[in-house]
Design a protein around this ligand. Structure first.
Ligand SMILES: [Mn+2]
Length: 237
């Protein structure tokens, strides 16, 4: 039996119709490793029957998507101008999956928004807009150079990330406007950008709970470490 990895979809409008999707890059990486991706759709059915998905799975991959509802990290008085739209149904389903995976010691890889979900679940908070907080010191999303944009990160020594990339610094993809404001106390930082933003975390109490702010799948051939991130996750399933 193939190992099964849950991925919660994201949704948006396409040609005036609502659609749900997951980047094919993740599906390809899993498929090439013989892992079965199971896409969890965003719907009230999934909220009410999330345990149908959690009944049998081997790991959780949390990927990109919109903002996280700030109420989930204790902020009630945000303005709608501070924050892009968020999807409370996606938040509810992804939180349920992540909490279940943590309780049952299933491997979790969180990329971009997936890192934010991990930080919030462990009690941390998020910045609504990293560029308002860093005064432009590092550009974390470049709408004019979306796919080629890179910024430097410093990898902490004696971390898994350092083992995987075997480097003190790498240049990473960056497609985010939110970021970690206060790091949850249970999570250890593994990398920082030059403005001090946490770009990678690990929860050391479990076999594999890793969050990355950057996208290894979108720079897959640039560092051997990008493949190792996924292969280490898959090996733990
Ligand atoms: Mn970044």
């Amino acid at each position: 039996m193939a190992k099964k990895v849950l991925i919660v979809a994201r949704r948006e409008m396409r040609k005036n119709k609502p659609i749900q999707w997951v980047s094919e890059m993740y599906l390809d990486i899993l498929a090439r490793a013989g892992v079965q991706p199971i896409i969890v759709p965003i719907s009230q059915y999934s909220v009410e029957h999330v345990h149908d998905y959690l009944h049998e799975y081997d790991g959780l991959l949390m990927v990109e998507g919109g903002d996280v509802n700030p109420e989930l990290y204790g902020e009630q008085s945000f303005s709608k101008y501070d924050i892009e739209e968020f999807d409370e149904v996606k938040d509810t389903i992804e939180f349920a999956c992540c909490k279940h995976a943590l309780e049952h010691n299933k491997p979790i890889l969180g990329i971009c928004r997936g890192l934010h979900i991990l930080n919030v679940i462990f009690g941390g908070t998020l910045m609504y807009d990293v560029h308002k907080n860093n005064n432009g010191a590092v550009l974390h999303i470049n709408y004019n150079n979306y796919d080629e944009h890179r910024h430097l990160v410093h990898i902490e020594k004696e971390t898994r990330l350092h083992d995987w990339y075997t480097a003190d610094t790498i240049h990473v993809t960056s497609y985010h406007h939110q970021g970690i404001r206060t790091l949850a106390s249970g999570l250890l930082p593994m990398a920082y950008s030059e403005d001090g933003l946490v770009e990678a975390v690990v929860y050391p109490e479990h076999s594999f709970v890793v969050g990355l702010q950057f996208h290894p799948e979108r720079m897959y051939n640039e560092y051997a470490g990008n493949k190792i991130v996924f292969s280490k996750f898959i090996t733990e399933l």
